[in-house]
Design a protein around this ligand. Structure first.
Ligand SMILES: Cc1ncc(C[n+]2csc(CCOP(=O)(O)OP(=O)(O)O)c2C)c(N)n1
Length: 381
């Protein structure tokens, strides 16, 4: 038979033994972000939880405002505000058990504080005083990560290790929309799904990676859809609806704890302030866009639900604001004190076994400090 005759006889058949490995349908996110507030689902929400969320949102908003003010007074080097994203921040902290771990990015100071870290300690890194600034083990909160998405593989590693050891621990990792374009995001997703690690990824899609809008960042139908390619469920939630974020995160944490593996959640929200106090957001977005989000403010949505259902009155709102003011006053007072700093601390906790170069630098800095302490007389000797 000639080659041409063979070709004529060829009938395409599927590759042997091929079949879909997983049915993708159950992994797909809903078409629209899941909502609770203002819908029938709100009737099922626990009133106590809603009131707690409200108090924490009000506190969180005040914390963001105070920290931003501290940058203007030169007390903080930089602050990436999460104003507008408080529902994600607070829900992330509240869904975790004490034994669980939170892996935040630089934007997530509020989640760190809501988890119980001292508000001043949570700002130490941003003040430029100290690595991390708090003890990660005390509240099981990893350091605020400035390199994008590097916290994600760390979260997967911790979750996987906990599972191997038989510890009933879940890791929750926070990342921005821009962070999902990083290689670390891919590696974390893949390992998490292959190992079925007890980890939950919360993407706060706040619209921008500094000045880069989402549509210049990804061609995916939604960030939640990215989950399907890795073989884990993707969920899409209204990130300004605190009750919805709390519910979706809670489901994912329980799923992970029960051995069901990871979930990727995209919370659709908006960064109301500039990227940081050092950024001018008017250069890349218009007022109309920002104004449209004011009607979908997380505190507004929750207050409306609570007051319409008679679960919160003026006194309750005032109490939440008073509590937030007291927290802000304390933060202001303590941040205005100059902490005693030892420059030699810079060299501590960098490596378990310091490198030769680090030891050389340490000796050099110590010598400079000694010369300074000795004054002009000692300097020449
Ligand atoms: C690996 C890495 N690349 C670049 C940067 C510079 N950088 C800091 S913030 C940022 C944008 C991140 O946007 P997104 O992930 O959406 O988070 P958001 O700031 O909106 O919370 C970039 C590119 C960085 N910190 N780390």
């Amino acid at each position: 038979m000639t080659v041409m005759e063979q070709r004529g006889a060829y009938r395409p058949t599927p590759p042997p033994a091929w079949q879909p490995r997983t049915d993708p349908a159950p992994l797909l996110p809903d078409a629209l972000p899941y909502r609770v507030l203002g819908t029938e689902a709100a009737a099922k929400a626990d009133p106590e939880l809603l009131r707690l969320l409200h108090a924490q949102l009000v506190r969180g908003r005040r914390y963001n405002a105070q920290a931003t003010a501290l940058t203007k007074q030169g007390r903080l080097a930089v602050y990436p505000s999460s104003t507008g994203q408080e529902a994600c921040q607070v829900a992330a902290a509240l869904v975790l058990e004490e034994r669980d771990w939170l892996f935040p990015s630089y934007r997530d100071t509020l989640a760190v504080v809501a988890r119980g870290v001292d508000p001043v300690e949570a700002l130490t890194l941003l003040r430029g005083d100290w690595h991390t600034g708090y003890d990660p083990y005390a509240h099981r909160v990893a350091p605020l990560s400035t390199p994008l998405a590097t916290q994600l593989p760390h979260a997967v590693g911790l979750a996987h290790a906990a599972r191997l050891k038989g510890d009933d621990v879940v890791a929750l990792a926070l990342v921005g929309d821009g962070g999902t374009s990083e290689g670390d995001f891919h590696e974390a997703m893949n390992f998490a799904a292959v190992w079925q690690a007890p980890v939950v990824f919360l993407v706060q899609n706040n619209g921008f990676a500094i000045s880069v809008p989402l549509d210049k960042q990804t061609a995916a139908p939604s960030l939640a859809h990215k989950a399907v390619g890795y073989g884990m469920p993707g969920r899409l939630v209204d990130g300004n609806d605190a009750a919805a974020v709390h519910e979706v995160l809670g489901d994912a944490v329980r799923h992970a704890r029960a051995g069901g593996g990871p979930t990727l959640i995209e919370a659709v929200t908006y960064r109301m302030d500039a990227h940081t106090n050092a950024d001018d957001a008017t250069r890349y977005r218009g007022d109309a866009e920002v104004e449209a989000w004011r009607d979908h403010d997380p505190i507004l949505l929750l207050e409306r639900e609570l007051t319409e259902r008679g679960l919160l009155d003026e006194d309750g709102i005032r109490a939440a604001r008073d509590d937030a003011e007291a927290m802000a006053a304390d933060l202001r007072a303590r941040m205005n004190q100059d902490p005693p700093l030892d420059p030699m601390d810079l060299f501590a906790h960098v490596y378990a076994q310091p490198t030769t170069q680090l030891l050389e630098q340490e000796t050099q800095v110590q010598a400079e400090l000694d010369a300074e302490a000795a004054g002009p007389e000692g300097a020449g000797r």
